[in-house]
Ligand binder design. Structure first.
Ligand code: ATP
Length: 455
């Protein structure tokens, strides 16, 4: 494996024309400074995969470029400087600079042809600054180093944009073979110890691309999990806030994807749920709950800003003891309403179950349940061992919650009731009477009012 000058891809053929033009401009700007420029990462993987399978080119919305160059006169990194040079050529794009030196991005919110487009431009990381950029050996070693920091061989391929070797694929770690054999493989044995989120990434790519995790990599995964390194780093929130955030991001990607079921199963079979907590296991009960919550998510879809991935994660955490659940949720920095739900779920459940067993009238049930938000009610329904509880909550959410009183404030005014604080009481009363079947339309509502409230 290494650099095989025979292996090339004709980007002009695969990239949409406007994107190809941007790449060409970027390459010219880099060449003018004596720098090398590469496309790296996910877009190279997706392009080569499309080429291999004879598919048309994939959607290209996130492009990662790496510049290899050093300019002693510049006070910023080459990536930042290149982005600054390019931006004025595309007035509709926005320039963002991250960190003091290393990366910049050009963003198009609404590119007329490409839709949203995000081009990251990073500077190849190397420990050997400064060096003459013209020296091809040093240059190759620095892009190699940059690629070596990446997660899997299929994500560590680069396509050169500059020089007369443009289109050349740089494959130092066997990524091309792994793409052919559809394998997810780490670059070195330490990779998963270095960055635990890579386990989740491995699973995500395996399931999404329909690849398998290569046997040695799987062994590294199991070894890393058994070594306890994840638990030490992941449970120690104060030490590793960035890690927690990245793990949450990976969980989010997995749990919001259409393939989440297969991904969770694969994570569980690798023992990787233990990265969240040593006692977390996908037993039959938990699996059943995860499947069941989907029914609720489908039914209530976007209501009350229901966040699908988050609710799935909350259900997954139902597999833990309350105190563990709380600490995992806190470490993952879940939003406040989610933390609160997960901490007080038992209390809410007890209150709801005892209320439901006591109340007979629908209006009483509605009054009780309207104190809780939709995700809380779904979690309580799922957790409840008591089938009627689940059925009542379902009925409340699908039917009773939507019921309206046949008369509103304006109607009361027309009927001659003097506006005032009493309106609220009357309207609540009317709604309760409607829910309980004592009132069914405007006429019965008026009769009900006439009997109870004098004008
Ligand atoms: P997607 O198609 O899901 O966006 P991607 O490969 O572009 O996939 P990103 O998460 O956008 O994934 O990451 C971009 C690139 O950065 C990856 O291709 C990989 O080379 C590198 N990378 C991302 N996360 C890690 C990580 N945890 N460890 C090492 N390299 C990473």
């Amino acid at each position: 494996v290494g650099f095989n000058r025979e292996f090339t891809i004709n980007l002009a053929k695969y990239l949409p024309l406007p994107l190809w033009e941007i790449m060409t401009q970027a390459a010219q700007a880099a060449t003018a400074r004596g720098w090398q420029l590469y496309v790296v990462g996910g877009s190279v993987r997706d392009l080569l995969l499309a080429k291999q399978e004879g598919n048309k080119s994939p959607a290209m919305q996130d492009i990662d470029l790496v510049v290899d160059g050093f300019d002693q006169t510049a006070d910023v990194g080459a990536g930042v400087e290149l982005a600054k040079t390019l931006q004025p050529l595309y007035p509709e794009s926005r320039l963002e600079i991250h960190g003091a030196f290393q990366t910049a991005a050009l963003l198009w919110h609404k590119h007329p042809v490409l839709g949203s487009l995000w081009i990251d431009i990073a500077t190849a990381r190397t420990e050997f600054y400064p060096y003459p950029a013209a020296n091809p050996e040093v240059e190759a070693s620095s892009i190699r180093q940059d690629l070596y920091r990446r997660d899997f061989t299929i994500n560590a391929l680069a396509v050169r944009l500059t020089s007369n070797h443009a289109g050349e694929v740089l494959d130092f770690f066997g990524g091309a073979i792994d793409l052919k054999e559809r394998k997810i493989r780490v670059l070195h044995p330490n990779s998963l110890i270095e960055d635990p989120t890579r386990i989740y990434r491995a699973v995500r790519f395996a399931v999404r691309l329909r690849f398998t995790i290569e046997a040695q990599t799987e062994a590294y995964i199991r070894y890393a999990i058994n070594s306890g390194v994840y638990q030490r780093s992941l449970l120690a929130h104060k030490k590793a806030p960035a890690l927690q955030t990245r793990l949450k991001t990976e969980l989010k990607y997995i749990l919001q994807a259409p393939y989440w079921e297969r991904a969770i199963q694969l994570l569980a079979s690798l023992g990787a749920l233990q990265c969240l907590h040593p006692t977390l296991q996908l037993n039959q009960k938990l699996w059943w709950l995860l499947r069941l919550v989907d029914r609720w998510l489908r039914r209530f879809d976007r209501q009350d800003n229901l966040v699908h991935w988050l609710l799935r994660l909350e259900v997954l955490l139902l597999g833990l003891e309350t105190s563990d659940r709380q600490s995992v949720a806190y470490n993952l920095q879940l939003p406040n309403d989610s933390l609160e739900r997960l901490s007080h779920l038992e209390t809410y459940q007890t209150k709801i179950e005892s209320g439901l067993s006591e109340f007979e009238q629908v209006s009483q049930i509605v009054k009780l349940l309207q104190n809780y938000d939709l995700p809380t009610l779904i979690l309580v329904a799922l957790r409840s061992e008591h089938r009627p509880t689940r059925q009542t909550i379902w009925k409340y959410l699908t039917i009773w919650k939507q019921v309206k009183s046949p008369l509103n404030g304006n109607d009361l005014k027309t009927l001659g009731y003097p506006p005032g604080a009493l309106y609220k009481e009357i309207l609540e009363d009317l709604l309760a009477a409607t829910l309980d079947g004592r009132v069914s339309d405007r006429l019965t509502a008026q009769t009900y009012l006439a009997q109870k409230y004098s004008l």
